[in-house]
Ligand binder design. Structure first.
Ligand SMILES: Nc1nc2c(ncn2[C@@H]2O[C@H](COP(=O)(O)OP(=O)(O)OP(=O)(O)O)[C@@H](O)[C@H]2O)c(=O)[nH]1
Ligand SMILES: [Mg+2]
Length: 362
């Protein structure tokens, strides 16, 4: 389009020959071009507990761009010696069970006692719907304004595996920034619990009174992973039902196999509204830490988790590399069709694609 035509279309006419009008917000340009910090500066900022720098570093590691990933990995490597000291707690439960309200109550209980808390979320639904950053911050108004708390919602891009990796690495950065308590919240749908369980020391399942597991859609495997079950909303007219639910869950848990940690999962109840039972929940988590530190499971579990994430990361990269290979990409659709049409077996097709990936002529 010629310049003349362009000018005719705009409301703002600029006499020809005059340089373009300044942008409405002259700072916009500079802020857009804001220089990325050096790795050194990121590490220093994170270590100093600067939440703006911490937030930026997390954004880098959530990024799918290889150059961001490379810087993020360097930052994490440099932070690694300063990680590991926090108590990592996974919190799950079906939508509406009261997770956000509970985290607000337990979180403020802890920060009032001098603890520094990071709240992270893995929300698989936000991966597809792009989530709502405001949502949880408004559900946790006290924590959101608390200088001793840091709330970071789920990344909203990528696969569950990618989101879980970013959250796992975010734990490291938060620890390096001096947070001594990390909550990783997820919504009860199955897959994401397994990912959270693999990155925390203690796994807490929130349940509602008066609704069986089936009704709540809680899978047996998730109950089995829990180190404590907490019946929520035990207040007002609900107290009786909560007591009953607690009894039922206590009975049900006796049927579960013992845990490797030798810890016997506890069933508690609380009200995030009245605060009743909140302090006991943290006492239970403390008791777990003492128990598993004494029998060395705590350390063993972390080593096991670290190794697991290494394997997970390798597999993630290999898979990504395989599917991104230009020759594989080219052959994929054709070979897939041959498999679907029954012309070759799945096994032979996989062998063919792997051979292409390895650069072997077929
Ligand atoms: N009576 C009572 N109601 C509660 C309590 N905790 C939460 N609620 C109510 O339960 C509803 C759901 O609470 P949330 O904290 O948003 O639940 P959530 O599990 O975070 O829900 P999602 O974010 O949708 O998964 C809200 O209406 C809360 O006010 C409690 O201790 N007592
Ligand atoms: Mg919530």
């Amino acid at each position: 389009m010629s310049k003349k035509k362009q000018n005719r279309k705009t409301a703002l006419r600029v006499t020809e020959g005059v340089t373009s009008a300044p942008s409405i917000n002259p700072r916009l340009k500079t802020s857009k071009r804001r220089k990325r910090l050096s790795v050194e500066a990121y590490v220093e900022g994170v270590r100093a507990g600067d939440r703006v720098v911490l937030g930026q570093a997390i954004t880098l590691l959530e990024s799918t761009r290889p150059e961001h990933q490379a810087i993020a990995q360097e930052i994490i490597d440099r932070c690694l010696p300063h990680t590991g000291q926090s108590m990592r707690v996974g919190i799950t439960g079906v939508p509406g069970v009261g997770k956000s309200t509970f985290i607000e109550a337990l979180g403020t209980h802890l920060t009032a006692r001098g603890r520094r808390l990071a709240v992270l979320t893995i929300d698989p639904s936000s991966v597809s719907t792009k989530g709502s950053i405001l949502g949880d911050k408004t559900r946790m108004p006290l924590l959101a304004a608390d200088p001793n708390a840091f709330i970071r919602p789920s990344p909203t891009a990528g696969s569950l595996g990618g989101v879980a990796r970013a959250t796992r690495e975010t734990i490291y950065l938060c620890e390096a920034a001096g947070f001594d308590t990390v909550f990783v919240e997820t919504v009860g749908v199955g897959q994401s619990e397994v990912a959270v369980h693999a990155m925390v020391d203690f796994f807490l399942l929130l349940v509602l009174a008066g609704a069986g597991d089936e009704l709540q859609g809680i899978k047996r495997g998730i109950v089995e992973m829990a180190d404590a079950l907490v019946v929520t909303k035990a207040d007002g007219a609900n107290v009786e039902k909560a007591n009953e639910a607690r009894r039922e869950y206590r009975n049900a848990l006796t049927l579960f196999p013992p845990k490797e940690s030798t810890w016997r999962p506890k069933v508690l109840m609380c009200s995030a509204f009245t605060g009743e039972g909140i302090a006991d929940i943290w006492k239970t988590i403390d008791a777990y830490r003492d128990h598993t530190t004494a029998n060395r499971f705590f350390e063993k579990n972390r080593r096991h988790q670290a190794r697991g994430w290494m394997i997970h990361t390798i597999e993630h990269h290999l898979r990504a590399h395989f599917y991104a290979h230009p020759d594989v990409k080219k052959a994929m659709a054709r070979i897939e069709k041959e498999v679907a049409d029954g012309k070759i077996s799945s096994f032979a097709a996989a062998q063919q694609l792997l051979a292409i990936y390895r650069g072997e002529s077929i």
